[in-house]
Design a protein around this ligand. Structure first.
Ligand code: F6P
Length: 389
C-alpha cells in the first residue's frame, strides 16, 4: 500500500486540479493508495489540517480552476522562524508526515514552494513536485501549467483594448502579471500585437517609449498599446537603492500609473490603464494546460511508484523529465534579452522583438544565444533569494 500527502502552495493558477487528478488517478489505478490532502498549502502540513481523499474527490475536476485543496503563501524565508506560539514549522511538518506514515509528499507550487520542498527533501522527507505558475519562471522546465491559460486571458484583454484604442485614437497600457519575470507579458504582448512591451528584466527608457509613441503618430497610427509587466521598472528606478525604490513605488498604485504620468509629461497624451489582475489566474484551464498538467501528474505518479524521490517533473523539448529538486530550488527562469534570437534564422522575429522593445530600439547590441527551450544545458537560471511565495 502507498500513502501519499498532497498540497498546493503559493498563488493558485489554472490546471492545479488537473495535475492532482493526473497523480491520483494514476496511483489509484496502479494499486492500493491512500491520499491525504493538506489544506491551504504548507499551512495544512504544519498545523495538521488534512483530509483523506477518495477516488471520487478527483473526478470531475479536470476543467475546474483554482485548487480543491486551497492554497496560501508561506514564505520560505519564514520557514525556519517559529510561529507566534513558538512552533518550529519545519519540525511540525516532519511530525505530520511521520504521524500519517507518508511514503511521499506531492507538492504543487512555484518558486518559493520549491525552496521549501527542497528543504523538506534535505530534512529527509520523500518529495515529488510539479511546476505550477502563470509566470512560467520555474527553472528546469520549458513550461509550467497555468502559463498558457494566463496568456490566453491577458491576450484577450489586449485584443479587447485594441478595438476601443483604435476607435478613440488613444494610448493604452495593459498591465500584465509578473513581478520578476516577463514571460507572460512577452507572450501576451506578442500575441495581442502590443506596440510596446516592457518587461521586468529590461529596465525601460521612458524617452524611448515616448519616441516610439510619437513615431506611430507621425506614421498615421492613431493609437498605441503598451503591454507592461507589473514588475517593469524604469532605468532611473532600477538605479535606486532598494529602500529608495520602494519609497518611489509607493507613490503610485502600480508601475502603469507612473508610466502613464511620464508619457503624459513627455508627449502630452493621456493614457488609459487596464489591469486584468487576478483574472489572469482564474477560470478553467485551457486545453494545453489540461494536457500538460495531466502528463506531469501521471509522470509524478510514475516516479513515486518507482520510489524515485527528490525530483520535480518538468517538460523539456516536449519530453516529460525528472529534474533534481536541488537544481530547481532557488533559481529563477527569466527572459533573456536574446530570447527570440535564433542563430541561422528567424530574423523577422528578431526584428519584431527589437521593434517591440524600447531597450533595443535603434539597434540591438546584445546578441545572446537562445537560453530557453533549447535543452536543459542551456536553460539558464539565476539564484534569487528574494522570490516571493
Ligand atoms: O506568482 C503568480 C502571481 O500571479 C504573479 O504573477 C503575481 O505577481 C503574484 O502572483 C500576485 O500575488 P498575490 O496573488 O499574492 O497578490
Amino acid at each position: 500500500m502507498l500513502t501519499i500527502g498532497m498540497l498546493t502552495s503559493g498563488g493558485d493558477c489554472q490546471a492545479l486540479n488537473a495535475a492532482m487528478r493526473g497523480v491520483a488517478k494514476s496511483l489509484f489505478e496502479a494499486g492500493e493508495t491512500v491520499v491525504y490532502g493538506f489544506e491551504d498549502g504548507y499551512k495544512g502540513l504544519i498545523y495538521g489540517r488534512y483530509r483523506k481523499m477518495t477516488e471520487r474527490d478527483f473526478s470531475g475536476i479536470l476543467t475546474r480552476g483554482g485548487t480543491i485543496l486551497g492554497s496560501s503563501r508561506q514564505p520560505f524565508k519564514q520557514m525556519r522562524i517559529p510561529d507566534e506560539n513558538g512552533l518550529d514549522k519545519v519540525e511540525a511538518m516532519k511530525g505530520t508526515y511521520r504521524q500519517l506514515g507518508l511514503d511521499c509528499l506531492v507538492i504543487l507550487g512555484g518558486n518559493g514552494t520549491h525552496k521549501t520542498a527542497n528543504l523538506l527533501r534535505e530534512e529527509g522527507l520523500n518529495v515529488v513536485t510539479l511546476p505550477k505558475t502563470i509566470d512560467n519562471d520555474i527553472w528546469g522546465t520549458d513550461m509550467t501549467f497555468g502559463f498558457q491559460s494566463a496568456v490566453n486571458i491577458a491576450t484577450d484583454a489586449i485584443d479587447c483594448i485594441h478595438t476601443t484604442a483604435a476607435s478613440h485614437g488613444r494610448v493604452f497600457i495593459v498591465e500584465v502579471m509578473g513581478h520578476k519575470v516577463g514571460w507572460l507579458t512577452l507572450h501576451a504582448g506578442l500575441a495581442g500585437g502590443a506596440d510596446i512591451i516592457l518587461l521586468p528584466e529590461i529596465p525601460y527608457d521612458v524617452d524611448r517609449v515616448a519616441a516610439a509613441i510619437e513615431k506611430r503618430d507621425r506614421a498615421g497610427k492613431r493609437f498605441t498599446i503598451l503591454a507592461v509587466a507589473e514588475g517593469a521598472i524604469s532605468r532611473e528606478d532600477a538605479a535606486l537603492s532598494k529602500n529608495e525604490r520602494k519609497a518611489e513605488q509607493r507613490r503610485y498604485p502600480s508601475v502603469s500609473y507612473k508610466l502613464a504620468d511620464q508619457i503624459l509629461e513627455k508627449t502630452g497624451k493621456e493614457v488609459r490603464i487596464t489591469v486584468p489582475g487576478h483574472t489572469q489566474r482564474g477560470g478553467s484551464p485551457c486545453p494545453y494546460d489540461r494536457v500538460l498538467a495531466s502528463r506531469l501528474g501521471a509522470a509524478a505518479a510514475g516516479l513515486i511508484l518507482e520510489r524515485k524521490f527528490g525530483f520535480m517533473v518538468g517538460i523539456v523539448n516536449g519530453e516529460i523529465v525528472p529534474v533534481p529538486l536541488g537544481e530547481v530550488a532557488g533559481r529563477l527562469k527569466t527572459v533573456p534579452p536574446g530570447q527570440l534570437h535564433h542563430p541561422g534564422g528567424q530574423a523577422d522575429r528578431h526584428q519584431l522583438w527589437r521593434l517591440r522593445n524600447p531597450h533595443h530600439m535603434g539597434g540591438c547590441r546584445k546578441r545572446q544565444p537562445p537560453a530557453f527551450c533549447v535543452c536543459r544545458g542551456t536553460n539558464r537560471g539565476r539564484i534569487d533569494e528574494t522570490t516571493p511565495e
